[in-house]
Design a protein around this ligand. Structure first.
Ligand SMILES: *Cc1c(COP(=O)(O)O)cnc(C)c1O
Length: 386
């Protein structure tokens, strides 16, 4: 693709873009919004879907569990098929529940079972702080305070001492996407479990989790997936563990649905990822997420990835005189190093353009293919060049 720095060229790309109409499904907090890797914009329908549940609650009280237009008792199942399509999973491999850091801990209860000689955890160097806190506190909890290995090339750090590999892809700061199949092969060759943190991958990369075969994955839905602040997370547990006897923290929402309300004393798990559910989920949050997932289904991930790649390549081309930290293997986010980054971000904000700044000099910019356009990118680059 050859690019041009002109409003008319960008407008022509937008006119030819079959995904362009989806932009109108969002409420823009700022004219130029490039922070979808941090908090996605609000889908117009989110308000209606949340209001419907507030109305049903007002009308029905407790009876809403079974009598709401969308029954609350199985409301989370409305998200199952769209989520499975989004990450390339089978429906019984995914569930929407809790939030990301909580889910990472719940997954590690099952998939981090260290013993002498096999207790190490490999993570990528420069992982998101919450992920570091989570793995380090798990290791300490099990009595292995120095278990965690941080590596630039995690695939090379995996050996027979490793019990768990946990990789964030793409990395939240650099935007580097990892070769997941290669990591899975290396982990499984050494009989280690492997999990993915897809906070920056879900809704951004084209994923084939079932085929690639990691043991688990977890992500938040409020970045690329526009579920709103504090929105619920997603979890994938590979089918091979669907009926496995394994340690797990359990609660009534993971119990056999047909008999959940019989309040039996013995836990009888739902086969698959739903067995990890603890509590009845917050329906208002699920409702907001549903609005966004419908748009992902309309767009489809392959088309979004193509457009995301085109927008990001255009941005990269437009910023070629900057130091770009993001490699070719990436999603839609581009990270640049700008010595006067704080000043730049303030100036952009004064012109209605939102990007994100990490001290001392890192600027992250994401053209989200669901709602950003070539014209957005052209205008942002013009502002950056002043
Ligand atoms: C955003 C992000 C989180 C945030 O975790 P929450 O529990 O949702 O607050 C964790 N890990 C990574 C890699 C992230 O990008």
């Amino acid at each position: 693709m050859t690019f041009e720095d002109s409003p008319s060229w960008a407008a022509a790309q937008d006119a030819a873009d079959p995904l362009a109409p989806l932009r109108d499904e969002f409420l823009f907090s700022h004219p130029l919004y490039f922070a979808g890797h941090s908090l996605g914009l609000q889908p117009r329908k989110a308000r209606d879907y949340v209001l419907q549940e507030l109305d049903d609650w007002a009308r029905l009280g407790v009876e809403g569990h079974f009598a709401a237009r969308n029954r609350w008792v199985d409301y989370h199942e409305l998200l199952t098929d769209p989520t499975a399509r989004l990450v390339g999973a089978l429906p019984h491999e995914v569930v929407v529940m809790n939030t990301l850091s909580v889910n990472l801990h719940l997954m590690m209860v099952s998939f981090y079972r260290p013993k002498p000689g096999k207790y190490r955890i490999v993570i990528e160097r420069g992982a998101f702080p919450s992920d570091r806190y989570a793995v380090i506190s798990q290791a300490r909890f099990h009595g292995y305070p120095d278990a965690v290995i941080e590596s630039d090339e995690p695939v090379e750090a995996i050996d027979s001492n490793v019990a768990l590999v946990l990789i964030g892809t793409p990395n939240y700061l650099t935007g580097r996407a990892f070769d997941v199949p290669a990591l899975v092969r290396a982990a499984h060759a050494h009989r280690a479990f492997i999990g993915l943190d897809l906070a920056h991958g879900a809704g951004n990369l084209e994923l084939r989790l079932h085929e690639w075969g990691p043991d688990f994955a977890a992500w938040c839905n409020y970045k690329y997936l526009n579920a709103g602040p504090g929105g619920l997370g997603g979890v994938f547990v590979h089918e091979r563990h669907a009926n496995a006897e394994m340690p797990r923290f359990e609660g009534w929402w993971g119990h056999d649905k047909a008999r959940r309300f019989e309040m039996e004393p013995r836990f009888n798990p739902i086969p698959g990822a739903e067995a990890w559910q603890l509590s009845n989920p917050p329906v208002l949050q699920l409702a907001a997420l549903r609005a966004s997932m419908e748009l992902f289904d309309r767009a489809t991930m392959p088309a979004l990835r193509r457009k995301g790649d085109a927008l990001t390549s255009y941005l990269e081309w437009s910023l070629k005189d900057f130091e770009i930290l993001t490699p070719r293997q990436r999603g839609s986010m581009l990270t640049i190093r700008v010595p006067s980054g704080r000043q730049l971000v303030t100036t952009l904000a004064e012109h209605g353009a939102i990007v994100d700044f990490r001290p001392p000099d890192i600027v992250r910019i994401t053209p989200a293919p669901l709602y950003n356009s070539f014209t957005d990118v052209q205008r942002l680059a013009a502002l950056i060049h002043g």
